[in-house]
Design a protein around this ligand. Structure first.
Ligand SMILES: Nc1nc2c(ncn2[C@@H]2O[C@H](COP(=O)(O)OP(=O)(O)O)[C@@H](O)[C@H]2O)c(=O)[nH]1
Ligand SMILES: [Mg+2]
Length: 194
């Protein structure tokens, strides 16, 4: 699938502001700083579309982007230690509402290929199975590993997430690894009826 000119739609902080459209919805989720916004920019061929940051935990909003054939939601990251209890509760209720009520055709679950999945990643997987949300696990920042470490790390992460090793994708926003595979998964998911 070719992406021609993705654009920002809006940011929302409340469930009642969720973006409604007749286009299929795809979402990206993962811990703060894992590379969600960078991955979105890679898919869009536009480094300036989603704001990326070296400081984790800045995005407390859902950012929606139009990718033409589909809408992509950049979900607020989890696992950032320095947020208040109130903020955590707000995040949890926003995420729960989103996962429970939005018709998500595909969710891209990002982890860092250099690290074991976190407790929050495992919790997210549980939610995804519970709400029967189609997802692909993607391990990003693959450019930070020597080539020989990519497959072993990918398989170790798959095993810890409890997903099929063959379904796990490696990605890198720095060198474009995984872009075609992710877009192919999106295309397949958005064309499966309803
Ligand atoms: N080397 C490398 N750095 C990355 C990659 N993806 C993200 N980063 C860096 O990781 C930091 C966090 O990225 P960002 O996309 O803002 O993460 P988010 O909080 O999940 O949206 C930024 O400094 C990015 O430049 C990648 O694939 N490779
Ligand atoms: Mg971000």
């Amino acid at each position: 699938m070719k992406i021609g000119g993705a654009t920002f739609i809006k940011s929302v902080a409340e469930s009642r502001e969720f973006y409604v459209s007749d286009k299929p919805l795809v979402a990206v989720v993962g811990k703060s700083n894992v590379g969600k916004s960078s991955l979105i920019n890679m898919l869009a061929n536009n480094r300036k579309l989603a704001r990326t940051s070296d400081t984790p935990g800045r995005t407390r909003l859902i950012n929606y982007f139009s990718f033409g054939e589909f809408v992509l939601a950049d979900l607020p990251g989890y696992g950032f230690a320095k947020v208040s209890k109130e903020e955590k509760a707000k995040w949890a209720s926003l995420m729960e509402d989103f996962l429970r009520t939005q018709d998500i055709k595909l969710l891209i679950l990002l982890t860092d290929i250099r690290h074991d999945p976190t407790a929050d990643d495992l919790m997210m997987i549980k939610y995804l199975y519970h709400y029967a949300i189609p997802f692909i696990p993607v391990a990003t920042k693959a450019d930070k590993l020597p080539k020989t470490r990519i497959k072993p790390n990918l398989y170790a992460i798959a095993s810890k997430l409890g997903v099929g090793a063959g379904n796990m994708l490696a990605a890198s926003a720095a060198d474009g690894t995984g872009k075609e595979d992710i877009l192919a998964a999106v295309e397949k998911a958005i064309h499966i009826g309803v």
